[in-house]
Structure formats: C-alpha cells, structure tokens
Ligand binder design. Sequence first.
Ligand SMILES: [Mg+2]
Length: 242
Amino acid sequence: MVKSVVFSDFDGTITCEDSNDYIADRYGMGKEKRLEIFKSIIAGTGSFAVGFREMLESIDKPFDECVQILHDNITLDPGFTKTFQYCEKNDIPLIIISSGMKPIIRSLLGKLIGEEKANKIPIMSNDVKIDPKDNSKWEIVYKDTTPHGHDKSISINECKSEFDKKYPNEKITYFYCGDGVSDLSAAKECDLLFAKKGKDLVTFCERDHVPYHEFETWEDILKAMKDVLENGVGVGALMQNK
Ligand SMILES: [Mg+2]
C-alpha cells in the first residue's frame, strides 16, 4: 500500500458543526456579523487572527459552560470513525491541524469517539488562557504570530519534513481535509485536498484555482483514499478544478 498521512481540520470537518461558530452565533456576535467577518477574510481585506479573536471575544459565557454547550450539541461526521479505524489498521497517521482551541478539541473528541481513540490523535492548534480566579475571563492564544493565528501550512510542513526523514525511501502521499476559512493557509500544501461541499473552502479553491476533491462526509474521503492507496488511482484523477 502507498504510504500516506492524513491532516485534518477539526471544526466542521471531523464534526458536522463548527464549535466556535455555534457558540458565537448563539451567545456572541450572531451569525450575520460573523459572516461579514468571514467574507472579509476570504476577500483578503481582514485577517483571520483579528476577525476570529473579535468573534470569540463577543462570547459572553465562561469557558467551561461553552465546553458543556458544545458537548450537548456538536455531532461527529458519520464516516469519521470508520476512516480512523482504516487509518489505524493501515498505519496511516491522522493529525488534527486546527485553528480552534486545544482544550475544546480534546474534550469534544474524547466525547465523540471515546477517550482511548481520541488520545491517539495528535492535535496542532491554538490554545486558550483562562483566568484562574475567574472562569468567565478567557482568551485564545494563537500558535504563531502570522495573520492566520495558526498558519496551518507551517504545521503541515513541519510534520511533512519529519515524515519524509522517517521514511526516506518512500514517496508519501499527503491528504488534507477541511471546510472553511481557517483552511486557506493549508489548502496548497498537500497532494490531495478534500474540501467540504457547499462550504467556504470550496469557494476559495474555485476563486484561486486550487485543485480539490469535494466531499460530503468522511465516507467520501475514505473511498477516495482507498482509490489512491489500494487501487492505483493517481491523485490528479481525483482532483476537480484543475
Ligand atoms: Mg473547519
């Protein structure tokens, strides 16, 4: 089998809903204002780091309450568990590359797929700083100082150079799965980009002529992965928008 690695966004990609959008739309600035911010990020007139911070600062809830709301409302993509099992069985690393906050991702993932499985998945993401004296005071801590807050291309390239060193004689196929504006910095780094149907990442790929393979659920991702890894289909054959 072809050696491969899967990088994936978390919110709206592994989960059906985006956890940060979910909270901001209901307990923060609201959907209309959030969409305005996202529009400016896609247009290149606003930075993700500034817009996302503004969105999170509008949320008027203690951090642990946010986590509880998300536990009660965020659901798992119907094909993810099966794909993760396939990855485990075939020794394919799966790494989460997220602009969300690590404690939320860790906690939600544990709830959605079970702690044992969740602990096997590395997470490269932003973090959070909570005031130890007052849980209602919290803020995002960005992974880097780029306009992306977390430039996913940097994390992906760090991982890629480690894998390339670890397997010097293999041509590794890198997959990336994403859905939204936070994936713009990752879109061009992998051999095959999976972009979720009807979401902002597709809009961006269409506009900037970035090749991608559209998916609705991880069932589609798994099918395409099997085509490449087992059935000898080239990634080029699976790309749209070439
Ligand atoms: Mg996302």
